[in-house]
Design a protein around this ligand. Structure first.
Ligand SMILES: Nc1nc2c(ncn2[C@@H]2O[C@H](COP(=O)(O)OP(=O)(O)OP(=O)(O)O)[C@@H](O)[C@H]2O)c(=O)[nH]1
Length: 334
């Protein structure tokens, strides 16, 4: 029996996975997509544009560990639905991991589960690297190193915001971390969708950790980053009722200040006075918030919602930040 190919799209939080995924979905209708999110409230799925392809959401944990079992079940269900003709006969499954994922935790599911091994085959691991955060982005979180090392193809995203002289050092660092991977630059998610058809020889796992010990050639940035393995914690908020745009701005400022350097990712869909659709708010690390009004609410769910992901030792921290946000929100909400 022909095995169904699986492509894993990984890359750190906010590095541009969903943007690339949307570009591919606008050009291919032969995919089935599995989206994994750390938060419970499912904003990523809402950010995937109108599509006729099956999209499954695995929320509330990381597919490389806590929701690994759900990935197995989702893949089986997709296979069965395709065989029964309940979904279009997709040719490729695309798994978008959370930005904190260890891609090997995903690929090992395919390699170790006997049933999945008989029906699916890993075709490639494609990793987005946020070129705007450059070398600092590579060294801050060890997860990035793992994702880079696991890649068959490295997509250097946000090329529109990267100066020519910054490109060389970043490419050199990536080549050192993963000499076998192809590197491509991309702007606004524009990556040739035929990339999904290409297979690559499978390689053994090489972790940043092991190679830092065993490989004297390991770049110093990889070794340094392992000294402080970050933890990510997510908290969500949902509410109803529109708010004034300008009053909302001061809430973001307070939230960013409270999170300080611990802010890793922020995503929100917010009902704002005089707008038909929600305001999409996105934050990545210390980069300025991006705000764009959407023409309409995606799907049936028109609750405002916010996901906050922070790093550090305190799992309660993002929840505390959102509690303060909620209190301020209640003052301006109608
Ligand atoms: N200027 C610019 N911004 C980009 C590009 N790609 C993505 N972005 C922005 O970067 C932010 C994060 O992009 P996403 O595609 O949501 O990143 P992601 O990796 O899916 O994020 P998570 O799912 O939270 O890990 C958004 O605000 C995007 O608009 C790009 O090529 N250029």
């Amino acid at each position: 029996m022909t095995l169904l190919p699986v492509v894993v799209l990984t890359g750190f939080l906010g590095s541009g996975k969903t943007t690339v995924l949307n570009h591919w979905l606008s050009r291919r209708d032969d995919l089935a997509v599995i989206i994994n999110e750390l938060g419970q409230v499912g904003i990523d799925q809402a950010l995937v544009g109108e599509t006729s392809v099956p999209v499954s959401l695995l929320a509330g944990g990381c597919v490389c560990c806590t929701v690994q079992g759900s990935l197995r079940t989702t893949l089986r269900n997709l296979f069965m639905a395709r065989a029964a003709g309940d979904v279009p006969r997709f040719s490729t499954v695309l798994v978008e991991t959370t930005g904190a994922a260890d891609p090997f935790g995903v690929t090992s599911v395919l390699e170790q589960d006997p049933w999945l091994r008989r029906h699916f085959q890993l075709r490639s691991v494609i990793t987005t690297v946020d070129a705007r955060s450059g070398m600092a982005g590579l060294s801050r979180h060890p997860e990035v190193i793992e994702q880079v090392r696991a890649a068959d193809v490295l997509l250097l995203t946000k090329a529109d915001q990267v100066e020519a002289e910054q490109r060389g050092p970043l490419e050199a660092a990536l080549a050192e971390l993963n000499p076998g991977a192809e590197r491509r630059w991309s702007e606004q998610g524009r990556v040739e969708p035929t990339l999904l058809n290409r297979g690559f020889p499978r390689r053994c796992r090489v972790t940043g950790q092991l190679s830092a010990v065993a490989d004297p050639a390991v770049p110093p940035l990889a070794a340094a980053s392992l000294a402080s393995r970050h933890r990510f914690h997510a908290a969500d908020l949902r509410w109803r009722g529109a708010v004034d745009y300008f009053a909302l701005q001061s809430l973001w400022a307070d939230l960013l200040e409270q999170c300080g350097p611990h802010l890793v990712r922020l995503k929100a869909l917010v009902a704002v006075d005089k707008l038909d659709g929600p305001l999409l708010v996105q934050g990545v690390g210390g980069q300025p918030l991006e705000m764009s009004p959407l023409p309409s609410w995606p799907g049936d769910d028109d609750d405002s919602r916010l996901v906050l992901i922070t790093d550090g030792d305190d799992p309660a921290f993002p929840g505390q930040c959102l509690a303060a946000f909620r209190t301020a929100l209640d003052r301006i909400r109608h």
